[in-house]
Design a protein around this ligand. Structure first.
Ligand code: GLN
Length: 489
């Protein structure tokens, strides 16, 4: 057991309260480290905004005012979360220089408590990808080995948190984009229940699947952030009324008699190292008193095609607004409005985004709607039902987060399907709208991190965070990492 299993947020909070470091000094140190870093984790930094908030926090502390837990904590947002007056590019040339005129609700909340926004982090273009490499500035690197990707699409947040250039961050997860990069970078990532966190101001990819989630060094960190950002928001019509979480209060509960379901289908075609580590994790749970049972979840075989049909269909509609008229990039030479829109979109979007817009239009076209889109919607219903049934028997499900560990940089793929296949473990969760967390559970033979996924019933975030925290404390994979911030964190 580690001597001190406090997360990064509580450690920084204590330092600030004890005046061991001022918030401005700490912020400057983080900004310096970002500038020195070769992780390509940030698309833009925002020194002025960060230092202005830090000054406010220092003033409060020196006048003896109370500060809340997230106050003064240096953090980051994925670059598809709208920040008023601060560039928000979605990792795309089409939104280069775009400054939103309003804040996403999550940022509004965090700003109110003087969170220190260090900058906006790198991502696959419009969150489409699994390696971060479709970003217009190139991918974020994996701090465990710079020759490997950080994962995607929220690769920048995961890389920044793992590389100690943000205490925590928010990403978005449509098919795994919070969990998979967390798994690749050896950090913790939570995808909340659909409707638990407001998505107002999140630039949409696939609206029936998108969800904002937190990434941190430890389960406690993501739990603190989740408790704070999850609430009803009348600006998001999918926000769930009347929710209030205290997942932190439940972290220390023992796991005696916790029923863990292990779906057999998730263990087919998984890398040997990944499989072995997950099996060891199951043994750890057994030793903590949990009951493990293997069971069949055959509907999972439909998840990948269902996801890619629905996500592309929704994306083709959501991305229609980028036309060079209202905001973002606009082609410079054109003869008429049609040519302007056509050139703007051809020059502004990257290859993967174009592929998905075409696929989406295809599955929605009148001749193919029934064969693809409608069929995918029906199968989505089957998958939701299968999860409902599983949760009538089990408290949580345990699976790998990804069938593989981080890919080498610039890996060439024979086809896009090859990379889509690596999303197999994460996409079912978004299809069903349930919460899931990725927690580090070991390393492969190249010393790259492995993540396991704990899936819960809708709005049962407390349960999965509790199961994840108990494992983390027992195994120690998330602790004892030197933060090296020039102060004793
Ligand atoms: N890799 C998946 C995709 O490319 C998931 C992305 C996401 O969750 N934003 O669609």
């Amino acid at each position: 057991m580690p001597k001190d299993n406090k997360g990064v947020i509580r450690r920084i909070h204590k330092l600030l309260l004890n005046k061991d470091v001022s918030c401005q000094e700490l912020t400057k140190r983080y900004l310096e480290k970002i500038n020195e870093s070769n992780l390509n984790a940030y698309i833009n930094t925002c020194e002025e905004v960060a230092l202005e908030s830090a000054a406010k926090v220092d003033k409060k502390i020196s006048s003896g005012d109370e500060i809340s837990l997230l106050e003064g904590i240096p953090m980051t947002l994925k670059d598809n979360i709208s920040t008023s007056g601060i560039e928000t590019t979605c990792g795309s040339k089409i939104l280069k220089n775009y400054k939103p005129i309003y804040n996403a609700t999550v940022w509004n909340d965090l700003k109110k408590v003087n969170s220190i926004l260090l900058g906006k982090t790198n991502m696959d273009e419009f969150a489409m990808g699994s390696s971060c490499e479709t970003s217009f500035i190139g991918g974020a690197k994996n701090p465990h080995d710079l020759g490997y990707v950080a994962g995607g699409s929220s690769g920048g947040v995961a890389s920044a948190v793992a590389g100690n250039i943000a205490a925590y961050g928010l990403g978005s997860d449509t098919g795994g984009s919070v969990r998979q990069p967390s798994s690749f970078c050896g950090v913790v990532g939570l995808k909340p229940t659909y409707g638990a966190v407001s998505r107002y101001g999140l630039i949409a990819y696939a609206s029936s699947l998108d969800q904002i989630g937190s990434i941190g060094k430890t389960v406690e960190d993501v739990s603190i952030v989740f408790d704070f950002i999850s609430h009803y928001d009348d600006k998001d019509s999918t926000s769930h009324p009347g929710i209030k979480f205290d997942t932190q209060g439940n972290l220390k509960k023992d796991l005696k008699d916790l029923k863990i379901g292990v779906p057999n289908q998730y263990y087919e075609g998984i890398d040997k190292d990944v499989k072995e580590n997950i099996i060891s994790a199951l043994k750890v749970y057994e030793s903590m008193g949990a009951k493990i049972e293997y069971f069949d979840l055959p509907e999972i075989k439909y998840a990948l095609p269902v996801y890619y049909i629905l996500a592309c269909a929704e994306a083709s509609s959501n991305l229609a607004r980028f036309d060079g008229v209202r905001y973002g990039y606009k082609a410079s030479h054109y003869k008429n409005i049609n040519e302007m829109i056509c050139k703007t979109r051809s020059e502004g979007f990257g290859k993967e985004v174009k592929r998905r817009i075409l696929l989406g239009n295809y599955v929605l076209s009148s001749g193919y709607y029934d064969a693809y889109y409608k069929k995918a919607q029906n199968l989505r219903g089957l998958i939701i039902k299968a999860f409902d049934e599983a949760f009538s028997r089990f408290d949580v499900l345990l699976t790998p987060t990804s069938p593989v560990t981080a890919f080498p940089e610039n890996k060439s793929y024979n086809s896009p399907e090859e990379i889509y296949l690596a999303d197999i473990c994460t996409v079912p969760v978004n299809i069903a709208g349930v919460p899931a967390i990725s927690v580090p559970c070991g390393f492969d033979s190249n010393k790259l991190p492995i993540g396991m996924q704990i899936i819960g019933k809708k709005f049962h975030e407390s349960k999965i965070l509790n199961a994840a925290h108990q494992f983390e404390v027992f195994t120690n994979y998330s602790y004892n990492k030197d933060l090296d911030m020039g102060v004793n964190l």
